[in-house]
Design a protein around this ligand. Structure first.
Ligand code: 13P
Ligand code: SF4
Length: 351
């Protein structure tokens, strides 16, 4: 550790003490250890959304994660609480693959292609507040990687088909887990007429999946699974469901970041794991479980560069400002969007 880093860490620790009871630091599992060490609460998207919803006594929520997570936190917290994202560049490229304008025009086309059929929209939490509001107003729900199957079956009980955005892979993995067949799963290619599909195909579909993806989880491949199985017989492979179906189907398990942690924690000493998710989480698990053999699934580390926008330096900058009574980088969703999005988020929390 450099002297400069040490100084920053000391200052953060001192500011945290000073702001105890006022500022709550929420950290996603993909945060680098330098930031993660200062978390008051950690979690996957679902857990962090729940923590935010229950954080009523804290006036300031500092979100060490990405933009859509901070937006959800703002929607779920009280009006007098401020949600802060230490770097406004911390976005999610997958969430940016669907704008509300694109979704609204696709929705109209889909409705025209499927007259008399009830379509339920479901959006992955990795999406803008505007898309969540669009979904909320049309009777749909948000889902996360830990409840996508549950939310999808809830939606299919209420309609003939589901329009799912923006993650194709989470949509396909969850559809397959529910026994939906390949011919009932249709890919909607954004910016193509009717998503590149014929009317009959859309009418037959059970789930229609927006063609967004996470570049981090897109890195995982079938050959990597074959490699580990050959190298270490009996190794367990666990992977995040944002990864492609061909890979997920060959893994032993899949799960949200919280699910991956729980699976490794519950395993017996000496067990071997190859883990397909962001490198910071895998490295943390390696440190926390020296009695287990934990490997990165891919040969090179898969990094979410936007998650890494949050650094000790900008965390300290936020804390320094709060100590002076100034709120910087506040994430505020406008009241109208927030009320629509809250419908979709609350539905998920109920399901
Ligand atoms: P989790 O909800 O599983 O933590 O996933 C969030 C995410 O963005 C994964 O890429
Ligand atoms: Fe978005 Fe992928 Fe980063 Fe998660 S890992 S925040 S889905 S880009």
């Amino acid at each position: 550790m450099t002297q400069l880093q040490e100084n920053i860490f000391e200052k953060i620790a001192a500011r945290k003490k000073e702001l105890a009871g006022k500022a709550l630091i929420l950290c996603h599992h993909y945060q680098h250890e330098d930031v993660f060490q200062f978390a008051d609460l950690t979690g996957d998207s679902l857990k962090l959304a729940r923590e935010a919803a229950e954080s009523g006594k804290y006036p300031y929520i500092i979100f060490c994660g990405v933009h859509f997570m901070a937006e959800s936190a703002d929607i779920l917290t009280d009006d007098d609480q401020a949600v802060i994202l230490p770097d406004l560049n911390a976005g999610c490229p997958m969430a940016d693959m669907a704008t509300v304008e694109q979704v609204a025009s696709a929705w109209e086309e889909l409705e025209q292609a499927c007259p008399g059929q009830k379509i339920i929209p479901v959006t992955y939490v990795n999406s803008s507040a505007a898309i969540k509001a669009f979904v909320g107003k049309r009777g749909g729900s948000v889902c996360t990687s830990s409840n996508a199957e549950r939310v999808l079956s809830w939606a299919l009980e209420r309609g003939d088909k589901v329009f799912f955005f923006p993650d194709e892979h989470l949509g396909r993995n969850s559809s397959k887990a529910l026994g939906i067949t390949e011919d009932q799963i249709v890919l909607w290619k954004r910016d193509e007429k009717r998503g590149g599909n014929g009317v009959e195909k859309l009418a037959r579909a059970k789930t229609i999946l927006w063609n967004g993806y996470c570049h981090v989880h897109q890195e995982f491949m079938v050959e990597q699974i074959t490699h580990w199985r050959q190298r270490i017989p009996g190794i367990r492979i666990i992977i995040h469901p944002e990864s492609p179906w061909e890979v997920v189907r060959l893994a032993d398990q899949y799960g949200s970041t919280e699910g991956i942690i729980a699976a490794v924690q519950a395993s017996e000493p000496g067990s071997s794991w190859a883990i397909g998710t962001e490198v910071n989480l895998v490295k943390r698990l390696q440190k926390q479980h020296p009695d287990k053999n934990i490997y990165l699934l891919a040969p090179t580390p898969c990094t979410c560069t936007t998650m890494s926008c949050i650094t000790p330096a900008n965390l300290l900058w936020v804390l320094d400002n709060l100590a002076e009574g100034k709120i910087v980088n506040q994430i505020k969703v406008d009241a109208q969007t927030a009320s629509g999005a809250k419908l979709a988020l609350d539905r998920m929390l109920e399901i």
